[in-house]
Each structure stands twice: as C-alpha cells, then as structure tokens.
Design a protein around this ligand. Structure first.
Ligand SMILES: Cc1cc2nc3c(=O)[nH]c(=O)nc-3n(C[C@H](O)[C@H](O)[C@H](O)COP(=O)(O)O)c2cc1C
Length: 212
C-alpha cells in the first residue's frame, strides 16, 4: 500500500459520479471546483457518461481509469492525487464500503436509469453501490437529474430518493441573474450544488447579494 492509498482521517473527501444524462458541462464545472475544495475526489464515470462527454464537450475519455484520471487531472490543473478514478466493478475501492467511503456524494448529471437503480438499491455497478453506501451511512447525496418531460416512473423514483434524504437538484438554471452565456447558466447550477455541499463560492449571485 502506498502512502496516498492510506485513509487520512482529516482529509476532505467527496465522491462524484458522472452518468449518461445530457449536461457534461455541469460535471466538468463541478469537478473543476471540487478539486479546489477537497483533498480527494473519488470519481466514477459510466460508459454512457463517456459518450455524452465526447458528444457535448469533445473530451474523449478512454475506458482505463488511470488514463481518465490523467486527462481530468490535466483538465482541472490540479495535483495528481486529488482525482481518483475507479472502474465500474472495482469493489475494492473506498467508495464501495461504509468504512471508507466519503460522506458526501454527487451524481452529476444523473441519468434516469441511474436514478432508478439508486431508488431500488440495485448496486449493480460501483457508482450505484457508492450511492447505496452514502444512503445507508446517512451521508449527503445530491443528484442532478436531466430529462424532459419526466415520466410518472421518473417522478416516483425521484420521490423515493427525496424521501430517503437525497437532495434532488434538477439541471434547471434560473434566468433571474440575467445569464449572458451557456457558461453563466452552468455556473448557476454548479453554484447551487456547491452551496448545498456547504462550500461558499462566487460562481453565481446569491439572491439579495452582489456577485463579488
Ligand atoms: C448524447 C446522449 C444524451 C442523453 N441524454 C439523456 C438525458 O438527458 N437523460 C437521461 O436520463 N438519459 C439520457 N441519455 C440516455 C442514457 O445515457 C442511457 O439511458 C444510459 O443507459 C444511462 O446509463 P448510465 O446511467 O450508466 O450512464 C442520453 C444518451 C446520450 C448518448
């Protein structure tokens, strides 16, 4: 075991899962911010998530976790050991167990398929298991669903998650801050997620206050 694989109790740690819903820009903006606040960002991206990333952000992520880690570390311009990427069946990773998993997790964007799996406790992939672990450990789980319109099944699954204590934050930027660009819209959504993680930020205006 190398030094940076040992659990540092004082380290600030979070899990981010990126799935195949539209909105790669949200995932990238969130990741860029998380690496500034956290010592460890435990990351999983689904196969469909990689397809959406290529389609919407022109970032081609290979399958190998180590390669994804390198590409995203360079993209974020952060230290090498902050982003830790796991394969979808890496059951030996920290996020797979309540004894080691970070207490905070965000699924961004969250496909309706992933929402369904988390709502039923399927745990068939590492990211589904990671979400299940955060729920059973009574941690903080935030999901960013994106679909339009929602079916009754989607809404039921989202209600199930909400009743289990999950914060459902749909990819629905407000327009009251007079956004001038797609970046502004994505900043709005990212800022709200960071707020819910307890992270002060100036990405977007907080109602009643000026942006600094
Ligand atoms: C370009 C693209 C955009 C998609 N957008 C959405 C979406 O907005 N919401 C959604 O629930 N699924 C969307 N899908 C479908 C999901 O990717 C698909 O259901 C997939 O099985 C989800 O798997 P995952 O949860 O493992 O990522 C999209 C797929 C592609 C290729």
């Amino acid at each position: 075991v190398t030094e940076n694989q040992q659990l540092q109790p004082s380290a600030k740690r979070i899990t981010l899962a990126i799935t195949g819903a539209s909105g790669a820009i949200y995932a990238l903006k969130l990741l860029k911010n998380l690496v500034q606040y956290y010592d460890e960002v435990h990351l999983m991206i689904s196969d469909a998530g990689r397809i959406v990333m290529a389609t919407e952000a022109a970032i081609n992520l290979p399958e190998a976790p180590k390669k994804i880690q390198l590409i995203l570390t360079e993209y974020c311009g952060c230290d090498a050991d902050i982003i830790r990427v796991y394969a979808k069946e890496n059951w030996y990773s920290p996020v797979a167990s309540g004894s080691a998993a970070p207490k905070q997790m965000v699924i961004c964007p969250a496909s309706m398929g992933c929402i369904s799996a988390v709502a039923t406790g399927a745990s068939n992939s590492l990211m589904e298991r990671a979400a299940d672990v955060v729920l059973k450990e009574r941690g903080q789980l935030i999901v960013l669903p994106r679909e339009m319109p929602f079916s009754t099944i989607h809404l039921r699954n989202l209600l199930t998650l909400s009743e289990a204590g999950v914060t459902v934050m749909p990819a629905a930027p407000g327009f009251y801050a007079n956004p001038q660009s797609i970046e502004d819209l994505a900043d709005f959504v990212t800022a709200r997620i960071l707020n819910h993680l307890g992270l002060d930020n100036t990405l977007s205006e907080n109602w009643g206050y000026q942006k600094t």
